[in-house]
Design a protein around this ligand. Structure first.
Ligand code: SF4
Ligand code: SF4
Length: 127
């Protein structure tokens, strides 16, 4: 079972290759392949299976920028609230894709505002 934190439940739907570095990219692609093939997702709080191969994770804290730990926690909360899900729940990727596609553009304008990963992403704000 793949462990994912709140905001990655949304972001993974729009991942468009590349990323922080080769290790990160390969890990995200491997996770996405497992999910497309039907493996379930367990929702976790804090670092997940994507963060585990990210060079910015230090001592279980996101160090992408000075405020990133707070920012990613806020994004986790926003995502879980929108998806009406919570920590510990098991979900299927297809179910998530359906929910993410129902979100209005206004949701993504707020959710994706200022995101440093937008260049690796096909989020609705860009389309
Ligand atoms: S930047 Fe932070 S939230 Fe994003 S994958 Fe890396 S550690 Fe996780
Ligand atoms: S732009 Fe950023 S926050 Fe929005 S879906 Fe893409 S990675 Fe996630």
């Amino acid at each position: 079972m793949v462990k994912l934190r709140g905001h990655h439940l949304i972001c993974l739907n729009f991942y468009d290759g590349d990323g922080i570095d080769e290790r990160f990219k390969q890990n995200v692609e491997f996770i996405k392949k497992r999910l497309v093939e039907g493996e379930d997702i367990k929702i976790v709080e804090g670092p997940d299976d994507i963060c585990m191969e990210c060079k910015y994770l230090k001592n279980q804290i996101c160090n992408f920028s000075a405020d990133s730990e707070t920012e990613v926690k806020n994004l986790d909360e926003k995502a879980l609230k929108f998806l009406n899900l919570k920590k510990g729940v098991v979900v299927n990727f297809n179910e998530l894709k359906r929910k993410a596609s129902y979100a209005p553009l206004e949701f993504y304008k707020d959710f994706c505002n200022g995101c440093s990963f937008m260049e690796y992403c096909k989020c609705p704000v860009k389309i």
